[in-house]
Design a protein. Sequence first.
Length: 127
Amino acid sequence: MQPLPVNLKPDSLIAPAVIAGNLVFVSGNVGWEPETREAKVGIEAQTEQAFENLKSILKAAGTDFEHVVKVNIYLTNIDDFAAMNQVFRRYFPHNPPARTTVGTVLARSDLLVEIEMVALLPDASAS
């Protein structure tokens, strides 16, 4: 198991991602700016920011959205499902990964969405 030290802050309790074999397990990401931890306003903006945060972590691990096999999405308001889906479709326009979406309480009251993923590392021998 190899933790990926992307965007780790000195007070971090979790790794942004862990590589185990050919899998990348990406911790939950929310719709905040990584440096300031200021949340974007609205479900679309937060979902977009969460996906951009995830994109950076996947890139650092050597993979991308095309290799994502599982996504878990947590919404503080299940009524945001359709608006979140509009953003999700931009990142996965074809052949979407397996996905679970649930309503729950998140760690901060200003956070509306949290997204975690599992991705494959591209097979170097296939290129």
